[in-house]
Each structure stands twice: as C-alpha cells, then as structure tokens.
Design a protein around this ligand. Structure first.
Ligand code: CAA
Length: 293
C-alpha cells in the first residue's frame, strides 16, 4: 500500500511536531484538534519552526510554502476518514484514546493503519478498542519531534508483521531512525530513561548533590545534552509521574516507583518548564535558577 495521506490527531507539542515532519516528508497531512483556536496555535508553532529553517537556509521560502500547502488543520474527526495512516497524539488517558480509535475505526476504510504516540500506555489495550488490532502499532516520537532522530515502532502480539514492516519503513520516510520495540511498558527508551530520571530525584532527596551539580555531572561527565533535572522539567513532572505510575503498575519494581519529592512537586503544581517552575524557576526563561527544595 502506498501511503499518501497522513492524519494526526492532536496538535499540541507532540502532534504539531509529528504533523510538521509528515508534511516535510512529502505526505498530505491533516491534523485535528478539538477547537479552531488549538488548531491555529499548533499551526503557528509549525510555521515558526519552518520560518527558523528558512532563516538558517536549511529550506527555501518556496519549500516552506509547499510544506505548509500539504498541511490542513481541522476540528472534525470525520475529515480524517480518507487517511492511509492515522497517528494519535492526544492526552495520555486510556479511555480518551480508546474512544477516539473506536470512532476512527467506524469511520475509516479497512486499509487505514492506526498508530498511537503514547509513551507508556499499553498499545494492545488501545488497539483492542478497534476491530483492526492487526493494523495497529505504536509510533513513539521524542520531544522536540522535528529535531530528535528516533521513532520507536511498537508491535503488539496482534500486529500483522507486514503492517509492522510497513510502519518501520514509514518511520524512515519521515526522516527518523526507526527502532523496533515490543509492547512492554515504556518500550525501549522510557524503560531506561524513567528509572534514570527517578534515580536522579532520589539522589537529590538523599543529598548526594544539588540540582545544578547533578545536572552538570551528567552533562559534562557523560556528554548528555541536558542534565536529568533540566530534562525532567522539559518532559514535564506531571508526565513523568504519570509514566512512573503506569510502569510501576506494570513491573511492580522500586526503580519505577515515584519518589516522594516528585509527587509533592506535582501536587504543588510545579510541572516544570510549562508552568514556570519545576526543579528550576523559569521566571527568566533564558536563565533558569535552581529551586531550593
Ligand atoms: N522545536 C524545534 N526545534 C528546536 C526546539 C524545539 N522545541 N528546541 C531546539 N530546537 C532546535 C534549534 O532551533 C536548533 O536547531 P539548529 O541546530 O538547526 O540550529 C537545535 O534544535 C539545537 O537547539 P539549541 O542550540 O537551542 O539548543 P541545544 O543544542 O541545547 O539543543 C535540544 C536543544 C535538541 C532540545 C537538546 O538539548 C536535547 O537534545 N535535549 C534532550 C532532549 C530529549 O532527551 N528529548 C527526549 C525527551 S523524552 C520524550 O520525549 C519521550 C517521552 O516519552 C517522555
């Protein structure tokens, strides 16, 4: 099957990034959000990214217009009905995802392949809300999507092998390096990343080092682009807590258990960069200051 038209559900941080790389890779792309304000916000972010690429001479103004011409923002799910692949990047809540895919299943022709960008929910359980679990995969992208080179392509026990191979090739067509992962909690990246991030919080709780010293240790000692606390604030503490709950539930191992400090920070509404406070205070975004915790 030749994939020509791609649907993306959700035009937030992840969905807009996915829609951008899809249009940039030459696919007709329809991206859906619940309100026209959210559609506009997502498309504006994409336009800003493309404008930055023009400024840096990475693409021409003409290419930018072509990419923009392949992108359509919509609010009605029905507009996705003739897509060959639909990638969901909505809120990380199982009932919302199951409800969406059940509606899409009734709407789309039998050849349409469904994919979820979930970072931690069980793909098998989302796919079970449809009558096509054999045409269902996980496509897990990384933030910021236009920059990060990886996509995890997740196969469940029900995914048809030919569909899976096609999605691995599709990941490459999007300009990403696809890796094959099974539908085990957290796939590959979060299986390794989440215990590392939680351990950094435990090290802080135990007084091993300060926020800045732990960040600098991993940045300058190991060459990581961001230290664990900068990355936690970037990913979102609410998101990390949510993922850790799902992974702990799956594996019942302490390394996936949320440290008390993480829980307290989320209860206080300190979700990281997006709320202006996390392990750092972003009152001056260009110069974040470590919080005293
Ligand atoms: N959107 C689009 N482009 C962005 C961007 C964004 N949000 N932020 C930065 N960029 C671009 C910049 O324009 C710049 O482009 P050029 O190289 O073409 O000039 C490039 O990225 C580098 O940016 P900067 O020089 O400003 O800063 P940097 O060198 O520190 O890079 C970074 C920024 C790419 C985010 C880098 O710090 C990094 O790789 N951090 C780690 C990110 C990471 O680990 N992401 C995965 C999170 S886990 C996840 O997403 C999954 C999950 O399930 C939780």
């Amino acid at each position: 099957m030749a994939i020509q038209k791609v649907g993306v559900v959700g035009c937030g941080l992840m969905g807009s990034g996915i829609a951008q790389v899809s249009a940039q890779a030459g696919f007709q792309t329809v991206v859906r959000e619940v309100t026209s304000e959210l559609v506009d916000k997502g498309l504006k972010g994409i336009e800003k990214n493309l404008a930055r690429q023009v400024e840096k001479n990475a693409i021409t103004e003409a290419t930018k217009s072509e990419i923009r011409g392949r992108l359509k923002g919509v609010t009605a799910v029905e507009e996705l009905k003739d897509c060959d692949v639909i990638i969901e990047a909505i809120i990380e809540q199982l009932p919302a995802k199951r409800e969406l895919f059940s509606a899409l299943d009734a709407l789309c022709p039998s050849h349409t392949i469904f994919a979820s960008n979930t970072s931690s929910l069980n793909i098998t359980e989302i796919a079970a809300a449809t009558k096509r679990p054999q045409r269902f995969v996980g496509l897990h992208f990384f933030n910021p999507v236009p920059i990060m080179k990886l996509v995890e392509v997740v196969r469940t026990i029900a995914t048809d092998l030919a569909v899976y191979d096609e999605m691995v090739q599709f990941g490459a067509k999007l300009g990403k390096t696809p890796v094959r992962a099974h539908d085990g909690g957290g796939f590959i990246v979060n299986r390794l990343l989440v215990p590392y991030l939680l351990d950094a919080i435990r090290a802080l709780e135990e007084g091993v080092g300060s926020v800045v010293d732990i960040d600098n240790s991993m940045k300058l000692g190991c060459g990581y682009p961001m230290g664990p606390f900068t990355l936690l604030d970037f990913v979102g503490l609410d998101t990390t807590l949510y993922i850790s709950h799902i992974m702990f539930d799956e594996f019942k191992e302490k390394r996936f258990a949320a440290p008390p400090l993480l829980k307290r920070m989320v209860l206080a509404g300190w979700y990281g960069k997006k709320t202006g406070r996390g392990f750092y205070d972003y009152a001056d975004p260009a110069n974040p200051k470590p919080m005293s915790l």
